[in-house]
Design a protein around this ligand. Sequence first.
Ligand code: SF4
Ligand code: SF4
Ligand code: SF4
Ligand code: FES
Length: 949
Amino acid sequence: MSEQLLDLGTPAPKCDGPMLDLEIDGRRLQVPTGTSVMRAAALGGINIPKLCATDSLDAFGSCRMCLVEVEGRKGTPAACTTPVEAGMVVHTQSGQLDSLRKNVLELYVSDHPLDCADCPSDGDCELQELALEMGVERSRYGCDGRNHLDAEKDCSNPYFTFDPSMCIVCYRCVRACDDIQGSFALTVDGRGFASKITAGQKEPFMESECVSCGACVNACPTAALNENSVIELGLPENSSVTTCAYCGVGCSFEVETRGDEVVRMTPAKDGKANAGHACVKGRFAYGYARHSDRITRPMIRDTIDEPWREVGWEEAIAHAARRLREIQQRHGVDSIGGITSSRCTNEETFLVQKLVRAGFGNNNVDNCARVCHSPTGYGLKTTLGESAGTQAFDSVAKADVIMLIGCNPSDAHPVFASRLKQRLRQGAQLIVVDPRATELVNGPHVRAAHHLQLRPGGNVAVLNALAHVVIEEALEDADFILERCETPAYESWRGFVLGNENSPERLQDVTGVPPGELRAAARLYAGAANAAIYYGLGVTEHSQGSTAVMAIANLAMATGNLGREGVGVNPLRGQNNVQGSCDMGSFPHELPGYRHVSDPQVRGLFEAEWQVELQAEPGLRIPNMFDAAVSGAFMGLYCQGEDIAQSDPNTRHVQAALRSMECIIVQDLFLNETAKYAHVFLPGSTFLEKNGTFTNAERRISMVRKVMPPKSGKEDWQITVDLANAMGYPMSYSHPSEIMDEIARLTPTFRGVSYAKLERYGSIQWPCNDDAPAGTPTMHVDTFVRGKGYFAITGYVPTSERTTAEHPLLLTTGRILSQYNVGAQTRRTENTRWAGEDLLEIHPLDAGERGIASGDWVGISSRAGATVLRALVTERVQPGVLYTTFHFPLSGTNVVTTENSDWATNCPEYKVTAVEATRVRGPSEWQKQQAQFNRRQQALLDKARATAD
Ligand code: SF4
Ligand code: SF4
Ligand code: SF4
Ligand code: FES
């Protein structure tokens, strides 16, 4: 076992200090100042017994198992809470210590079930291990005294059980919840013998503030907190390291299996994105992989009104290839295209765009970033020169001021939120720019210094006003600007931003933010030694999404907050591999590595490797594909792992486009909303069934490892290879590593990446090439990727989506913790216990005016359409603003959102829709029709399955 994976008992010291010499059990050691005796001993290969200590948590000193003797000192101090001193001589073994430890252990054993053989954690329990090691089989105190053996179990959580009879009250769970997760959901109730771990206000876990991250379960040294899967299936037998397939944090996990069954997903202690932490989705919500809704055999049909027909792989692929070629013969080479999946691996995404460009012969390829972070690509490339975030997640630990704009990490990027909260508890200050009062504005033990509660659509105005204050009050970093940025562009931006129209006072009508609050926030950000910006879809999904991203970059450049740890501009990417799918060229205008298709030199490289001539003109973006489909010019689509019918705006237009196409090929796990319009269904594989890599929001490329065979018989990349070959464009790979080798040959930022290197390093942040063979944690260190930083003019242009007498409220959308994106995965897990529907948040004033109470059905209508959701009356939203999510298809959230989009990238304006809300009694017309359509499509699927069986 590597040193990193051994439990060293206490964490590494937080501050750098001189090395100290000491002696433990006759061994001379040298360790940094601040190291505990326990850690020093462990580093020297000496094991001191412990129960309450673990190196992911600060020492607590409650169990008294780790007593040692220190020469020249009286008594027997606890090794976990005693820091080393220069010249210290420590003894960890003696008759006295042995007797003291055994005595303590016997006391624990006297109040613990002695049926280890029947315990689900038999063989994975630190108490059992210690008892065996110390030869303690039973207790001299007997087990007949007062005890907790009949204490009632808490089985309320679907994923883990708390059995107090196994609890040794070591506080590890409480400390994990406080220090790692930051939820403060657990306490110790009572004193002495009566001490008992309780959730919330002595509630069941499910009713407390617990967010089911599993940190307490991880920390528990006994079976007191245990995964239900371990209780049901037994301890795992094998383990591999893989990467979470949910959000863009990209947590690293040990996936532990027994045969082909996943028993447990445990966050990898040495995972660089998550450092041993996880959230409820990655940790527990993997059951969808085995769900009976999985489609595992290819299916075809001629029209969507016919039943599906299950066929073999060969027939399905040949049919798909023939249909696509026929369409091209009839409608032209540009009449088909593909959508890559940001849930699939880099290698799979690369192959889909290669198939489109080289096999289809056009550039009609796009991905879900079109509807999320395409403005990030545009905005950061324009200003800084690279379409990606600037930092590693670790960097937040060095930030003094953190500005969150349009993001809610507690729900959407929970493991990053935990890291952020740790930093806030250490004293960093927080500015939240968001229309809603998210958890971080006023959460347990964290509070934002400033909440700029702007109106939806006001981002650019707020950012310009912040920059105005920076310049007006001479808070800029003049040296940084002079040395690192283009002077003429800066001068003209400076003139622009200083204009009175950008003052907080003049913009208050637009932003809704009190000028004094905004000025104070600007001073706080600009005055910090290190200030970092993290932003999300609340910035990008606007008609001025790209402008807002550039305004963020301007603000960071103006204050010198780029190019080192603790600062930067950090987009929190949504899907697990959306960064990767963008890197891999899933855009109609860019080849892998963000190089424009019109560049003949770049095209030449790909043409030489792929042995085909490539189009020099950008292809269709997703919304253009829909428009072209409706007008009859775009007739065939290969859609891998993306549910455009649910996730894209203006659902009725999307549905009309899908109905217009002659052949839609969906490659996915389930009959999702898009597949209901499909003519060919190619069953995809989950992240557990394939090899490859994902790239997270910090540009970190991490391995995905196969732990079970694909249920359909093929990994997704193999399906694309087969389709390419059937279409007459030859592809041949025997393993995804060969695809990565091709990516590295063709992409300068990936030139140094290989599977061998990933195995060696664990993960790598691109750029990784001759200049940075081990990758690049922080970008733009001495110079920007584009050379000098570019200040773009970011004039505020109000969205055309305004409130009117007919639509007096603004609807904005977002995510919740337990569900993920379109919910295809999380809706097929126990996560529905936390949220079984999308709710409409409405302020008490607006609700009162309309006679709406929590739980009522509310009709929301916009100029695009209408739907019905259940109300949640809350002050989290401001008056005039409604908020909902889009995790459940029948909610029809995107029936209401409009076709408005970002001026530069067409990213939809999900965050601003003018609506009216009224109390209603039943579903909308669209919901009724959709429910009927769903029943029909399910029946057609059931028929196919019944025929095949
Ligand atoms: S699961 Fe997470 S949030 Fe819940 S009690 Fe345990 S550590 Fe706290
Ligand atoms: S539940 Fe586990 S971690 Fe928590 S106090 Fe009990 S034994 Fe320790
Ligand atoms: S934070 Fe994101 S990557 Fe990490 S476990 Fe949760 S969903 Fe997975
Ligand atoms: S391990 Fe040191 S007191 Fe528990």
